[in-house]
Design a protein around this ligand. Structure first.
Ligand code: XMP
Ligand code: MG
Length: 178
């Protein structure tokens, strides 16, 4: 349990070891499903940078990666409007795309990104999330790969932040403000 001067309490949820184990398992599944295919990973910044870095090192050298920066959250709530902060810099036509996202919450971000990518006549789109917060879903979105299901709590660590804080924690925890 971490408590700092802002009265933020972080209750550990998934340990560094457990995250490592699940990321390895999911990477194995992805590697098997895409064997022999060329895949471009599109990682959603900022939250997925640590997850994606770990995942891609377990996938080996044949996966390409590019980044998109999207934002919909301020403080602990999603305002539902997804903003495109910066776009990928390549033609996606005829590519197998694997979106890598930190968390599916309302689903708005993934939906927005899938719609954007579909405009490019890609060969396929699949989605991989570190965390799936099903109970908070407001729009249905398919998720092929997920490391953990979580309840409707605000979580931080392993890339996920609260107003920029806590991305560097090696574990994932529930943030409570007392
Ligand atoms: P939506 O609602 O569009 O949310 O599925 C996706 C984006 O919102 C951020 N998000 C969180 N960030 N703890 C965080 O640190 C959370 O519990 C949380 N829930 C949503 C995240 O950036 C995600 O990409
Ligand atoms: Mg995000």
């Amino acid at each position: 349990m971490l408590k700092n001067k802002d009265n933020h309490i972080i209750e550990p949820l998934f340990s560094r070891d457990l995250i490592e184990k699940r990321v390895s398992e999911v990477a194995k599944q992805i590697a098997a499903d895409f064997k022999g295919k060329k895949v471009l990973i599109i990682a959603v910044l900022n939250g997925s940078f640590i997850f994606c870095a770990d995942l891609i090192r377990k996938l080996g050298g044949s996966f390409e990666v590019d980044f998109i920066s999207l934002s919909s959250y301020s403080n602990m709530t999603s305002d539902g409007k997804v903003k495109l902060l910066s776009n990928f810099n390549q033609d996606l036509k005829d590519k197998n795309i694997l979106i890598v996202e930190d968390i599916a919450d309302t689903g708005n971000t993934l939906k927005f990104l899938c719609n954007l990518i579909e405009e490019s006549n890609v060969k396929s789109i699949s989605r991989c999330v570190l965390l799936d917060k099903r109970a908070a879903r407001k729009t249905e979105v398919k998720i092929e790969y997920s490391c953990f299901n979580i309840e409707d709590n605000f979580v931080v660590g392993y890339g996920l932040d609260f107003n920029g804080l806590y991305r560097g924690l090696p574990y994932i925890g529930v943030l409570k403000i007392k």
